[in-house]
Design a protein. Structure first.
Length: 405
């Protein structure tokens, strides 16, 4: 078996699938994906727990499969969370430097970060992430690490992601009931961006859109830092529902048509074409207008993109996305989806590919595994920070307090 101290596991409990991804950090510090376990999801709706007992069984199967493939015993996971209760916004903190010589210390940095995290959230919400952006010392902006500098006043901008306590606890409880430790909870949109974006793409400005079964998460990077995050309670399942309603067919058959004949754009070549929906017990064969099918799909996917585009436009972020749009999740498999994204955002659009990670090619090349791979990558960063003493007691207490009885 592998040395479990170097093992990091990401667990995504999605609407369509539960995925456990196992990574190992080798002696050179390189992250290598060594195992994956999957189970069809039956206890999650719109990214949130709908039936805890079913969700537990789904997680149990995915964990067992991942353990067998990686030949390890899984004891803890970095748990991905999502849902339309999760929100992200930017906040500002200020702290006076009171030492006699005005040299900024690590304590000053922690104090200004604490001030930036002192946010008036709804009572039922907790902070999931408070991610530092840039510091400012007196009038000097864009500082990455102010320790050792001199100044009278230190300021910091942070991006805060928060969510509903009870909904987060429900996901944590499912995992803990299986005698697994939750190392940390991580917003799925952040995890996907970590998996896909290089440092250069973060610097140039990128938008990552993760289209799952029940939700769509998105994350904006610019100047190397997170600028915005968000969640839409709309995903691939809604496309299937639209097809079932519009074509007057059962949902299961609509899902099959989406997978076999779907497209995000309506090409002229499909005009007048029909596809045959094969007969099933009690159901006669039915011809389906291909153009109509793709129109239904295109309208729904375009709506998802337009909602994101409108929000980013209002925030003035679209002009900062010089690297373009990166699409992942199961929805990224829809043919021509990057063409539709390019049309809506007026930016280059690509199917996202994982970077700076080695290992199982079957996982690394699939856009639907971006979140779970990103959870492992997040875990590897946290492991390094803990080893160097960089994970603050405050952050540990915040997470522990989330699930305190």
């Amino acid at each position: 078996m592998f040395d479990t101290s170097n093992i990091i596991v990401g667990l995504e409990m999605g609407t369509s699938k539960v995925c456990a991804m196992v990574g190992e950090v080798n002696a050179s510090g390189v992250l290598n994906i060594i195992g994956i376990g999957q189970s069809r999801s039956s206890g999650v709706r719109k990214g949130e727990i709908a039936d805890a007992n079913l969700a537990e069984e789904d997680v149990r199967r995915a964990i067992a499969e991942a353990e067998e493939m990686a030949n390890v015993e899984i004891r803890g996971v970095f748990l991905g969370v999502t849902g339309n209760h999760i929100r992200g916004f930017n906040n500002h903190g200020v702290h006076p430097v009171v030492s006699a010589d005005r040299e900024i210390t690590e304590e000053d940095v922690q104090d200004v970060l604490k001030n930036a995290k002192a946010i008036n959230l709804p009572q039922e919400n907790s902070v999931i992430h408070a991610i530092r952006q840039h510091f400012q010392v007196d009038s000097q902006r864009g500082i990455i690490n102010p320790v050792g500098m001199f100044g009278a006043r230190i300021e910091v901008d942070v991006h805060v992601v928060h969510g509903n306590n009870n909904r987060l606890k429900s996901a944590i409880r499912v995992v803990r009931n299986l005698q697994l430790e939750v190392e940390e909870i991580v917003f799925n949109g952040l995890a996907s961006a970590l998996a896909l974006l290089s440092n250069e793409q973060k610097e140039l400005g990128s938008l990552v859109i993760d289209i799952g079964g029940g939700t769509t998460e998105y994350c904006v990077y610019s100047e190397g830092i997170i600028k915005h995050t968000g969640v839409l309670a709309v995903g691939g399942d809604h496309v299937s529902n639209d097809l079932a309603f519009g074509l007057k067919i059962p949902l299961r058959r609509a899902e099959k048509l989406k997978m076999e004949y779907g497209s995000a754009i309506v090409e002229e070549a499909c005009h007048g074409q029909t596809v045959s929906l094969e007969s099933e017990v009690g159901l006669a064969p039915k011809p389906i207008n291909l153009e109509h099918l793709r129109q239904i799909m295109s309208v729904r996917i375009q709506e998802i993109f337009e909602l994101i585009e409108e929000e980013l436009s209002q925030l003035g972020l679209l002009d900062n996305l010089r690297a373009g749009v990166f699409i992942c999740g199961g929805g990224a498999r829809i043919p021509h989806i990057q063409d539709l994204a390019q049309s809506v955002f007026q930016l280059p659009a690509f199917i996202g590919r994982t970077n700076s990670i080695s290992g199982l090619k079957a996982a690394l090349d699939q856009p639907e595994f971006a979140t779970s791979i990103g959870l492992v990558k997040f875990g590897s960063f946290q492991q390094k920070r803990r080893a160097s003493g960089g994970l603050t007691d405050g952050l540990k207490k915040t997470f522990a307090g989330l699930f305190r009885s």
